[in-house]
Design a protein around this ligand. Structure first.
Ligand SMILES: Cc1cc2nc3c(=O)[nH]c(=O)nc-3n(C[C@H](O)[C@H](O)[C@H](O)COP(=O)(O)O)c2cc1C
Length: 248
């Protein structure tokens, strides 16, 4: 197993995988790590669907359009989940407040599912496996995913995680310097623009010189392009159809 330091500091997204099964002991560690995720109120407002059936992975690939889904060994879908607490509330005759119709209800489910994904990611990486988060599993077709995987009301896909034996070792992407990411005691008041411009130039240089496919992408325009694309996702109505009719 890798050290914690190597696991965290040598990690990068892996998008190409060997056609090789994952050691069942590694999957067991990943499941245990998921189970021991800290969650809001210990409510465990999440469920993970582990998809290793090739036909189903190909079907999901058609819905989502991310090729890692069909080429990875296990595709884990992390869902926010209020179905389980609703079932036991019914069983025990407890009136369920409409928490899912609040912004905080959505945030709680997203935070729990996301932390569970990070637990799985770190466990997988520590075993030498390659991982890639797949956000398009949330945005590409919330209804298509819900139908294909039989998601009940009160459950929606937050993010996918493709796991497999790595078939590539891409260069590590430059990240914002510590000074931009970690502020001490309060939000920085001095002007960060020069550091942001420098980071933007670093990313452009990295993209132009990295091994493998090169691009002329900078950081800011490229990321803002993603935001522009994301303006069309309409998650508010997609979530309402899943039982999260956010009103407050
Ligand atoms: C929530 C989330 C969603 C992501 N969705 C995708 C995706 O749909 N497709 C993809 O190729 N990479 C996806 N990624 C991976 C990011 O592109 C990647 O983490 C980022 O470019 C930084 O690169 P690194 O992971 O190699 O450090 C996602 C990452 C996160 C955290």
């Amino acid at each position: 197993m890798k050290s914690v330091k190597d696991t965290l500091l040598q990690r990068r997204s892996i998008r190409r995988y060997e056609r090789e099964d994952i050691n069942p002991e590694y999957m067991e560690l990943i499941y245990e790590a998921i189970r021991n995720t800290p969650t809001s109120y210990n409510g465990q407002q999440f469920t993970v669907i582990d998809i290793d059936d090739q036909k189903l992975k190909e079907k999901l690939y058609e819905i989502v359009g991310a090729k890692q889904i069909k080429t990875c060994n296990h595709f884990l879908l992390f869902c926010a989940d209020y179905n389980k607490i609703t079932l036991i509330a019914d069983e025990k005759g407890i009136e369920m407040p409409s928490f899912t119709n609040t912004m905080d209800g959505v945030i709680v489910g997203v935070v729990d599912a996301t932390l569970a994904m990070m637990s799985a990611l770190v466990a997988a990486e520590s075993c030498g496996l390659g991982t890639c988060c797949i956000g398009y599993a949330r945005t590409a077709s919330p209804e298509g995913i819900a139908k294909a995987l039989n998601l009940p009301q009160g459950v929606f896909a937050v993010c996918g995680l493709a796991i497999g034996v790595p078939r590539e070792l891409p260069d590590m992407k430059p990240k914002q310097p510590e000074s931009l990411l970690i502020h001490h005691n309060c939000y920085r008041e001095d002007d960060m623009t020069a550091e942001l411009v420098e980071y933007d130039a670093n990313v452009r240089h990295f993209n132009a010189t990295r091994s493998g496919e090169k691009t002329d992408n900078d950081w800011a325009a490229h990321i803002i392009g993603y935001y522009r694309e994301a303006m069309g996702y309409d998650m508010l109505h997609a979530l309402a159809r899943r039982g999260f009719d956010v009103v407050s």
